[in-house]
Design a protein around this ligand. Sequence first.
Ligand code: NAG
Ligand code: NAG
Length: 343
Amino acid sequence: MALWRTLSIPIASPLGLILSFLFIHFAVTTNVAIRVKTIIHNPSSGNLPVFKEAPAFRNGDSCGSNKSDLIHIAMTLDENYLRGTMAAVLSMLQHSTCPENLYFHFLCTHSHVELVSSIQSTFPYLNFKIYRFDSNRVRGKISRSIRHALDQPLNYARIYLADILPADVTRVLYLDSDLVVFDDVKKLWDVDMEDKVLAAPEYCQANFTVYFNHAFWSDQKLSKTFQGRNPCYFNTGVMVVDVDKWRRGWYTKKVEEWMTFQKKKRIYHLGSLPPFLLVLAGNIKPVDHRWNQHGLGGDNFEGKCRNIHPGPVSLLHWSGKGKPWLRLDSSKPCVVDYLWGSL
Ligand SMILES: *[C@@H]1O[C@H](CO)[C@@H](O)[C@H](O)[C@H]1NC(C)=O
Ligand SMILES: *[C@@H]1O[C@H](CO)[C@@H](O)[C@H](O)[C@H]1NC(C)=O
């Protein structure tokens, strides 16, 4: 693939430099975008946006074609995030040395005929499978969070990956739909998990206290949950999961138990993240931060623009309230949104 692009932003560079860098980058990629431009929003044709067909992406010479060479990627599929999904998939294909080895596992909650045909017509060569996620599995376990969007059952599907995916999938890369990559996902996929069940970028400088409320920290028994671990925040939108270990360790049940607990006694305010932290924080394999530049959607309440953190970038993630496709539509985009729009 000739489309290798990796953003590199110098540490502690002043804001102006970052902004001008983004604009330069945008300018550089526009001539590429003529060939790969895929996302066309056409509100006049039914409920779903219409997307232009993406070209076939072919494996490089160094790629194997064994089943063991497949890279399993799980994502949710939903009308509201469909544009995000298309951009994420396209960005992965574009930047993979072995795009034909990518295998997508899409999880959706209800009638998915239109969604499937949308994926099929946009990516005629894509290896993918659709799974129905039964939202009844979590319905009684979701507690209201500070942002309604986080309460959608599909947001919790990542907890059930090990049950949903076929038994021969032993490792999976779970990705949110509001992100794009600028690097070969195989590098992330190939992470040495050591003895861990989950690998993700970890943020030990973030104040971990804030993810749980006073009722949690002031309870003698509960506050000992993290004893013997150095718990750090990680974002559940980008995770490599050892599905075998997850199954054998009954992790779905462990996460569910905290969700059930939360229904009885409120100990956190955010959707599916805190139960993950309760079970796994301080016990994951840390991955380079370049693989999840998160928070670009802004904060949970107001959705203000956020800048990219210092350091190299392999994946941009619009977690938070604002989504790039909505901000671009409303003609009030943040600077980083142009990177999404240039795909
Ligand atoms: C497939 O993998 C097996 C074992 O890992 C190996 O022996 C075989 O040569 C591979 N086949 C191809 C076509 O790469
Ligand atoms: C972390 O957040 C808690 C709760 O908001 C606060 O009380 C505490 O002082 C913070 N700790 C640090 C090191 O900033």
